[in-house]
Design a protein around this ligand. Structure first.
Ligand code: SF4
Ligand code: SF4
Ligand code: FES
Length: 570
């Protein structure tokens, strides 16, 4: 028996819209999507609605009916009173494209961030039989049709756009759970889920479970078990011992090591730091000549930093001499040398320097920058008098600093030697060991399980170079931008300290693939020609050429003069 259904349908686009009243003739047994189609056919030919299967299997027709997230094709009209006006609106959590169609690409981005299923490398098909209980556990989660109704209803992102970057949402919590519960998977995603994908923000209201058209018990079977697993890892030492034994047979790789660069690129944060070749993860190589780098090197500007307190017009007490381990004349071709022992010592010294450089870069990226990024979204580190540090953090440990060859936690309440693995160092400091992977692709080449190799003399030289660089940058900033001098930033991606003034980068790097020793650089954003410019990214000079920060400033000033277009005399 047919009747006239009163409908209110949201019409509009990203610029705004309103509810429009319609009366549509419908038949008993029809679903809301039928009514919408009849509306399209008879009164509103330009009404946008997305659908495909009309069978509750494609997940396309998600919308909100009387404020509740539902599939249009699976919502029978018979659940409403014939006299009732039903209101159909687009999913509120996602940006509207038009009428009932929303842009759900947020979910695809989150899907890309999930490290994929990774079975042991040597496992051949047929080598392993899964228990039925394991099959059933993941089968429930595989029923998901990606309608994103659970994402739509979740209050963590429904009214809080700001939570989206750091929150995967219930649909992806079940994906992480599915993979974590798979007996053959070798990747440990728990830390990533908690620290970077916002599992802790879910307070188990179960709204997601209520709206799931596949009746997946999202909270009971995925979210709560994952929360328990995270708690086990963090707070149950005995469980940790047992797990270590158990996992010795099938080790799990922390997910943070597998992150791809897609997310970082999408964040746009890659461009936040100077774009330059970075030290490769390969073992330390013998001395070699500086190799050419891509033209893009250092073309990207260092973003302006917040106003800094006025720096002295000339750098104060900096140690007047940098003594890198490698002097320019040392090469592996020691046949030209009459003193093989000296050459061996030089190579050993250089190896120690490069290992120390890589280790300190790893600490900066995995321990300091990762922690800071997760705490306040920033990756800007600062050079201190005796090392480098995060800025103030909004929560414990409040601040992390490398001082010489120690990691200082908080206000000196814990001093840990830079020794052992990165992951143990971070655990002892009470923080996660993971790079700020959503800001830029991990660049130090260090993994949490790698060991640090820090030579005291090399660390002293390296930190002294950064200190001189910081002082020289401050002097430049004060001289050329006295009203609002930019604060020098130690970028964890390239592990160099720098500033930008008038579209030219100035800084000091402890060494990288471009120049494998400490060097000062001037990098105009637009390439310049001439003898001064000896690198694809601009000009670089080894720190051995400079007696002190004043000498580096002189080099910066010459770079500024060379980079400034000459105006013809009038
Ligand atoms: S249970 Fe958690 S994920 Fe599900 S809707 Fe509530 S807060 Fe969101
Ligand atoms: S879990 Fe359920 S509600 Fe969420 S996307 Fe999958 S099918 Fe839809
Ligand atoms: S049209 Fe496919 S789920 Fe509704």
């Amino acid at each position: 028996m047919g009747y006239d259904l009163k409908m209110r349908v949201w019409r509009g686009d990203e610029n705004g819209g309103d509810l429009v009243d319609y009366t549509v003739e419908v038949e008993a047994g029809e679903v809301v999507l039928d009514a919408i189609h009849r509306l399209q056919a008879t009164q509103a030919g330009d009404l946008a609605v997305r659908w495909n299967c009309k069978a509750g299997k494609c997940g396309s027709c998600s919308a909100e009916i009387n404020g509740r997230p539902r599939l249009l094709c699976m919502t029978r009209l018979s659940i409403f009173e014939p006299t009732e006006t039903i209101t159909v609106t687009p999913m509120r959590t996602f940006p509207v494209l038009r009428d009932l169609v929303t842009d759900v690409s947020f979910n695809y981005e989150k899907a890309r961030q999930v490290p994929p299923f990774t079975p042991p490398v040597n496992l051949k098909p047929g080598d392993y039989r899964m228990q039925q209980v394991d099959v059933e556990r993941s089968q429930e989660f595989r029923k998901c049709i990606e309608c994103f109704l659970c994402q739509d209803v979740c209050h963590v992102i429904r009214d809080h756009e700001e939570n989206k970057p750091s929150y995967a949402g219930p649909r992806f919590f079940i994906r992480y759970a599915e993979l974590d519960m798979h007996p053959l998977d070798t990747v440990d995603r728990k830390q990533m889920l908690q620290e970077e994908q916002g599992l802790g923000l879910c307070n188990i209201t179960k709204c997601c479970t209520e709206v799931c058209p596949e009746h997946i018990k999202i909270t009971d079977n995925a979210i709560i078990p994952m929360k328990e697993r995270v708690v086990d890892v963090k707070f149950d030492p005995w469980g940790k011992v047992m797990r270590t034994r158990r996992e010795a047979e099938q080790p799990r790789t922390p997910a943070a090591q597998l992150l791809t660069s897609d997310a970082a690129a999408a964040e746009g944060a890659v461009t936040a730091a100077p774009s330059r070749t970075v030290l490769s993860a390969a073992p330390v190589a013998p001395v070699k000549a500086a190799k050419a780098t891509p033209v893009a090197a250092r073309a990207a500007p260092v973003p302006a930093a917040p106003a800094a307190p006025a720096a002295p017009s000339r750098p104060a007490a900096v140690t007047p001499h940098v003594t890198p381990h490698v002097t320019p004349h040392v090469t592996p071709h020691v046949t030209v040398s009459h003193d093989l022992a000296d050459a061996d010592r030089a190579v050993a010294s250089r190896t120690a320097y490069m290992q120390t450089l890589m280790s300190l870069h790893g600490v900066a990226e995995l321990v300091l920058a990762g922690t800071q990024r997760r705490a306040n979204r920033s990756i800007k580190l600062v050079v201190t008098g005796d090392g480098f540090a995060t800025g103030p953090l909004p929560r414990p440990p409040w601040r992390l600093a490398v001082r010489g060859t120690d990691l200082v936690v908080g206000d000196d309440w814990l001093v840990l030697p830079l020794h052992g693995t990165f992951v143990d160092l971070a655990a002892n400091a009470g923080v996660a060991c993971a790079p700020p992977a959503d800001a830029y692709p991990p660049a130090s080449g260090c993994k949490p399980g790698n060991r640090m190799h820090i030579d005291h003399t090399a660390a002293t030289d390296l930190l002294r170079a950064l200190k001189i660089g910081d002082a020289a940058c401050r002097a430049m900033a004060t001289a050329h931008a006295p009203t609002n001098p930019p604060e020098p930033i130690l970028w964890p991606e390239h592990f160099d300290v720098g500033i930008t003034l008038d579209a030219v980068n100035y800084g000091v790097s402890p060494g990288d693939d471009s120049v494998p020793e400490a060097y000062a650089y001037v990098g105009p954003h637009t390439a310049r020609k001439g003898k001064f410019w000896n690198q694809p990214f601009g000009a670089a000079r080894p720190m051995t050429e400079f007696a002190d920060a004043d000498a580096v400033v002189a080099f910066f000033e010459e770079g500024r003069r060379q980079a400034t277009p000459k105006t013809p005399a009038t």
